[in-house]
Design a protein around this ligand. Structure first.
Ligand SMILES: *Cc1c(COP(=O)(O)O)cnc(C)c1O
Length: 371
């Protein structure tokens, strides 16, 4: 059994995707060809934002967002400690300092109360200037943007939404990718909307920020790429990947419904013995991961049971950012991240994809329930 079955999806969409790729091979505009703009326009419509900028991957999208906001030395960027490394890695990359915040026990997303405490503490210490909050839509569930926006307004901070996992999720029908001053996503193959290589995008309603990111992704271009008005990156979405994504985006709403069916089936069958994912009122998850904790005992036993039955399960994430060697080497100090530390020791994720068959899923459920 596969943790995420990308082959099943390809078989389903094969004719459409093959045709689209062939079109690119025929016209030969491999870099920023017409499919890139076509896909950017479709994404803007889907997410409900004014501008989408296709870039090379989700990590670059985050870095470009920080660069566009002018974040650099002496700035503090607040990031949840329980996330994928890329959400935090980009902060020292632009010369700024990451301040880690704790998470909510039930949503696994950044805790607004601790976020505000960490901002106050940073202000009191006085050596860094609070500049940006990077909120992450972990496992597909959008973060608490109402609370985050209140805090951002109070302290005059920018918000970046890391929707690499959340793409497809929503809050009261407002889509992930539309929160914050800039939002970013990833089209890494295993993400909810994935391509066949690396890819990513940045979203914004701000005309100036969009123009800066468009410039930054092509070496800080001005009139053209040989007129360079700022230091940038080489970070474009490939035309072939855009072609693949155009076809996948058409199928995406149907896949999201299929993911919801899988999630409902898991939740109904597992809630007695496990803490199942929690969705606040009005929130929808893209189910990038289906993540649970055992109510009794730790994760060792259920994960071993699954393994014996030939079923993969994965720990996302066992190491918080403040526990990562790379950040320890930077000499980062951290305070009171106890919820994230507890969570990292107990969560594990089950196979989740839109093409899972019911009898496959029943095997997983039986194994976990010990029946
Ligand atoms: C995958 C991921 C990224 C990075 O995306 P890449 O395309 O792999 O660079 C950033 N943030 C989160 C939360 C992710 O899951």
């Amino acid at each position: 059994m596969q943790f995420i079955d990308l082959q099943a999806q390809y078989q389903h969409l094969k004719n459409r995707i093959d045709t689209r790729i062939q079109t690119v091979l025929d016209h030969g505009k491999y870099i920023l060809g017409p499919e890139v703009q076509e896909f950017e326009e479709q994404l803007s419509n889907y997410v409900g934002v004014k501008h989408t900028i296709g870039v090379a991957n989700g990590t670059d999208a985050l870095q470009l967002a920080l660069m566009a906001l002018g974040v650099s030395n002496g700035d503090a960027v607040f990031v949840p400690t329980f996330t994928f490394f890329a959400s935090a890695e980009v902060v020292p990359l632009v010369g700024a300092t990451a301040i880690f915040a704790d998470i909510n026990e039930k949503t696994y997303n950044i805790c607004p109360v601790d976020l505000e405490a960490k901002i106050e503490k940073t202000l009191k210490e006085g050596s860094l200037v609070p500049k940006v909050i990077i909120a992450v839509d972990l496992f597909g569930l959008p973060a608490d943007y109402a609370a985050i926006k209140r805090i951002a307004d109070k302290y005059n901070l920018y918000v970046i939404e890391d929707a690499a996992q959340g793409f497809g999720g929503s809050i009261n029908d407002k889509k992930a990718g539309s929160f914050g001053d800039i939002a970013t996503t990833s089209f890494f193959p295993a993400k909810p909307l994935g391509c066949y290589g690396d890819g990513g995008a940045a979203f914004t309603n701000d005309d100036d920020l969009a123009e800066i990111i468009r410039s930054l992704r092509v070496h800080g271009k001005g009139k053209d790429k040989y007129d360079n008005v700022r230091i940038g990156l080489n970070s474009r979405l490939d035309t072939i990947q855009a072609a693949v994504l155009i076809e996948k985006l058409i199928e995406f709403p149907i896949e999201l419904e299929a993911r919801q069916v899988v999630a409902n089936r898991y939740s109904g069958a597992l809630e007695d013995k496990f803490y199942i994912p929690f969705l606040p009122q009005g929130f929808k998850s893209s189910w990038a991961q289906y993540t649970i904790q055992a109510k009794k005992g730790d994760r060792k036993e259920p994960m071993a049971q699954l393994k014996n039955a030939g079923i993969p399960s994965v720990v996302y994430y066992g190491t918080n950012m403040h526990e990562q060697t790379a950040f320890k080497k930077l000499g980062y100090k951290h305070y009171n991240l106890s919820q994230a530390e507890t969570t990292a020791k107990s969560v594990f994720s089950l196979p989740m994809h839109p093409y899972m068959l019911e009898d496959q899923q029943m095997r997983i459920i039986s194994s976990l329930n010990g029946t």
